[in-house]
Design a protein around this ligand. Structure first.
Ligand SMILES: [Fe+2]
Ligand SMILES: [Fe+2]
Length: 169
């Protein structure tokens, strides 16, 4: 069984991960509209990865005998000034995800739900990687500044990102 308060917090987090997926999809569209298909590809894969995060929480709540309640998702932002602004916004978003995961860990420790704590540790580690991946792109975009050739070079690199592989069930 899962505590009522945890079920509520986990459902809220399902919504937040889905909103993350939606945001990255919106960023993918913007990038591709600028002719930056590599950045678009990176964002499409990121959106897919967030959907896999949704499913991890979804399965966990169900496996614990909880009730999954999907909430409405607000329309994400759809305009940015530059690829740098997109990735800075993505970085800020990932930091907010990390903050929320940490808050969830605090909650599960308070109610002494060890299974939920073990489950969340995967996300604690994942967020280190998520922040690093985005911040790496931000750094490189800052280096090239407004240089179009530099941006296209990064775009080409990001086109290589492949689809995330779901964990075996
Ligand atoms: Fe996520
Ligand atoms: Fe993420």
């Amino acid at each position: 069984m899962i505590a009522e308060s945890l079920q509520r917090d986990f459902n809220q987090h399902i919504q937040f991960e889905m909103a993350s997926s939606y945001l990255y999809l919106s960023m993918a569209a913007w990038c591709e509209q600028q002719g930056l298909r590599g950045f678009g590809n990176w964002m499409r894969q990121q959106a897919e990865e967030e959907r896999l995060h949704v499913m991890k929480f979804f399965d966990f709540v169900l496996d614990r005998g909880g009730d999954v309640r999907l909430e409405a998702i607000d329309a994400p932002r759809h305009e940015w000034e530059s690829p740098l602004e997109v990735f800075e916004a993505a970085y800020a978003h990932e930091c907010e995800v990390s903050r929320r995961i940490n808050a969830l860990v605090d909650t599960v420790m308070e109610v002494r739900d060890h299974a939920a704590n073990a489950f969340l540790q995967w996300f604690v580690n994942e967020q280190v990687e998520e922040e690093a991946n985005v911040s790496d792109v931000v750094s490189r975009l800052r280096l090239v500044g407004a240089d179009g050739r530099g941006i296209l070079l990064i775009d080409q690199e990001l086109s290589a990102r492949t689809a995330p592989i779901p964990d075996p069930a």
